[in-house]
Design a protein around this ligand. Structure first.
Ligand code: FES
Length: 127
């Protein structure tokens, strides 16, 4: 492995188009990996609105829709479609080395550096 920030996901050759798989041991909330049109994408498995697992939502094309309030997130970039979420989610680049999938965190311009909404503590958390 060439990148120390890469997370090994194993062989994902059996992950079918349109399917998702969760890896709970990556990052703070785990990641959800999905295959769309043969390509693998990965996002933090946590809606930026109220800490709900995106993997419990629906994948349609390149969009995962949050099961709680319906914001969707583009699996290619982590960008959100609009309210009630007010920012995107962390996105990972998935690359294959020797048939093993690796997830590498990407800088996400869709996440706010300065959360002007302030710290809401655990008020919105659902898990
Ligand atoms: S928790 Fe995802 S849109 Fe509200």
């Amino acid at each position: 492995m060439t990148n120390n920030d890469a997370h090994q996901l194993g062989n994902l050759g059996d992950l079918k188009d349109g399917a998702m798989r969760v890896f709970e041991d990556v990052g703070d909330y785990g990641i959800v990996v999905c295959r769309v049109n043969g390509e693998l994408f990965a996002l933090e498995d946590n809606c930026s609105h109220a800490d709900t697992p995106l993997s419990e939502g629906r994948l349609r094309g390149h969009e995962i829709t949050c099961p709680l309030h319906g914001t969707s997130f583009d699996v290619r970039t982590g960008a959100h479609s609009g309210p009630p979420a007010y920012e995107g989610v962390t996105c990972y680049k998935v690359q294959i080395e020797d048939e093993i999938a690796l997830a590498l965190p990407q800088k996400n311009d869709n996440k706010r550096e300065d959360d002007s909404y302030g710290d809401v503590g655990d008020f919105f958390q659902t898990r």
